[in-house]
Design a protein around this ligand. Structure first.
Ligand SMILES: [Zn+2]
Length: 383
C-alpha cells in the first residue's frame, strides 16, 4: 500500500478531542447498505477536535456537535428529525464543555463545520463575533440565507449572524491522497480536505500531530467503521485479543473473527475478511446526497486508514469516546501521541461490538432511547 504523501514540515498543531455530549440513535437504512439483521438502528456519539497552532497563536474547532435545546432547530430540521431520529440526548453545548475545562471561547479563532447538518454546527450564537465560521465549497449558495428569512432553510441565521463566514475554495493543483487540500494556517500544520458525497460542501481536516504523523477528522464522510474496514489493506485477522481490540466482555479471548462472518454480506470467507461490511446507502431517504461519490470518498479514506502514520477519526465513531483522552475530563491531555499510545490499534475493530454475532445475538444496546432534556425523558420536541 502506497503511503499518503504530505508536504514535509515541522509545523504541527496540538489536538485535543472533545465529547460534544450529543448522542443519537438513528435508523440504519439512510446511512448504510445493506442493512444487517440485528443492526437496524445505529448508535452515534459525536466527537469534535480542538486544534491549536501554538506557533501562530491560532485555535480552531473542527465540528461543534449539536444544540442541547434541539427543539429550537429550524422547522425544516425539526420535521426531518421527527422522521429519522429515534433517540437524541445532548447535555451541554460545546461552548459549555470548553469553558468548564478552561478553554475560553474568545480564543477560538475559527469554527469549522464539516458540513451543514444539525449535529455538526452546534449553536454558534454562543461564540463571540471574533470567531469565524469555515464551510466547504457550495455552502453559501446552497444554504443561505438561513431561517427565518428563508422559512424553508435548515441552517438558521442565528447560527452564523455576526460571524465572518469563510468558504474554502480548493484547487486541483494541491491534493493529499485522492482529495483536494487547502493549507488552513498557511504553514502545513493543518489541512482542510475536500471529501464529497455525504453533503454539499462536506470537508475533512488533516492535522499534523508530529512532523510525520497525522489525524484525519472524517466528519460524516463515513458513518461507521465497518464501511471502511475490513479492507484489502486492513484485513480482519483470524482472531483478535478481545481485550487489546476493545471487544466487549461477552467475547472470549482470543476471539475467533469467524463469529463476525455470518452477518457479513460477502459470499466467501476470503471476501468477508477483506471487504467492508457496508457501503453508503442509496435507499430513498438516504443521508448521502450522492452515494456513488460517497463510496469513492470512503475508498479514499480507506487509503489513509491503511497508512500507519494516519489516524482516521470519524465524527460518529463511539470507539473514540472509549479510547481517546477527552477534554471533558482530562482537559490538559492532548492526543498528539496517538501512534505511540496505540489509539489507532485500540479503536480499529471496536465497531464489531455494534454488529450481531454468528449466533444471532444482537450487538450493543441503544445509547439513547426517546428524547431527553437535561437528563429528563422528553417525548416530543415541544415545550
Ligand atoms: Zn453527523
Amino acid at each position: 500500500m502506497a503511503k499518503i504523501t504530505v508536504p514535509a514540515s515541522d509545523s504541527i498543531v496540538r489536538v485535543r478531542a472533545v465529547d460534544t455530549t450529543l448522542k443519537l440513535l438513528c435508523n440504519t437504512y439512510p446511512f448504510l447498505k445493506p442493512v444487517i439483521a440485528g443492526h437496524e438502528q445505529i448508535n452515534f456519539s459525536v466527537v469534535a477536535f480542538l486544534v491549536e497552532n501554538k506557533a501562530l497563536g491560532k485555535t480552531a474547532l473542527f465540528d461543534v456537535g449539536g444544540r442541547k435545546d434541539y427543539w429550537n432547530y429550524s422547522p425544516s430540521w425539526i420535521a426531518r428529525l421527527r422522521r429519522s431520529v429515534v433517540g437524541i440526548r445532548c447535555d451541554k453545548t460545546i461552548d459549555e464543555v470548553l469553558i468548564e475545562n478552561g478553554v475560553d471561547t474568545k480564543d477560538i479563532d475559527a469554527v469549522i463545520w464539516s458540513h451543514w447538518h444539525f449535529d455538526h454546527i452546534g449553536d454558534c450564537s454562543k461564540f463571540p463575533p471574533s470567531t469565524r465560521i469555515v464551510v466547504g465549497p457550495g455552502f453559501k449558495d446552497s444554504f443561505l440565507p438561513g431561517f427565518p428569512t428563508n422559512p424553508e432553510a435548515f441552517v438558521m441565521e442565528s447560527d452564523y449572524q455576526g460571524h465572518e463566514m469563510q468558504e474554502i475554495s480548493f484547487s486541483d493543483d494541491f491534493k493529499i491522497g485522492p482529495f483536494r487540500a487547502y493549507d488552513f494556517f498557511g504553514d502545513n500544520s493543518f489541512y482542510i480536505l475536500d471529501v464529497p458525497g455525504h453533503a454539499v460542501g462536506h470537508i475533512c481536516g488533516l492535522a499534523r500531530t508530529t512532523p510525520t504523523t497525522f489525524m484525519l477528522f472524517g466528519g460524516d464522510a463515513c458513518h461507521f467503521g465497518g464501511a471502511i474496514r475490513p479492507s484489502e489493506h486492513v484485513p480482519l485477522p483470524e482472531s483478535l485479543d478481545a481485550q487489546a481490540a476493545g471487544l466487549d466482555d461477552r467475547f472470549s479471548s482470543p476471539c475467533p473473527c469467524s463469529i463476525f462472518g455470518a452477518c457479513h454480506p460477502a459470499p466467501t470467507e476470503e471476501e468477508k475478511r477483506k471487504t467492508p461490511y457496508y457501503t453508503a446507502s442509496d435507499h430513498p431517504g438516504s443521508a448521502y446526497v450522492d452515494a456513488k461519490l460517497a463510496n469513492m470518498s470512503m475508498k479514499g479514506l480507506g487509503e489513509f486508514d491503511a497508512d500507519p502514520d494516519m489516524f482516521l477519526c470519524l465524527a460518529h465513531d463511539s470507539a473514540l469516546m472509549e479510547v481517546l483522552p477527552l477534554l471533558n475530563d482530562k482537559p490538559d491531555i492532548d492526543v498528539n501521541n496517538w501512534k505511540d499510545a496505540g489509539y489507532k490499534d485500540m479503536t480499529r475493530w471496536r465497531f464489531l461490538n455494534e454488529l450481531p454475532k454468528n449466533n444471532g445475538e444482537r450487538g450493543r444496546p441503544p445509547l439513547v432511547t426517546g428524547f431527553w432534556r437535561y437528563g429528563e425523558r422528553k417525548e416530543t420536541f415541544d415545550g
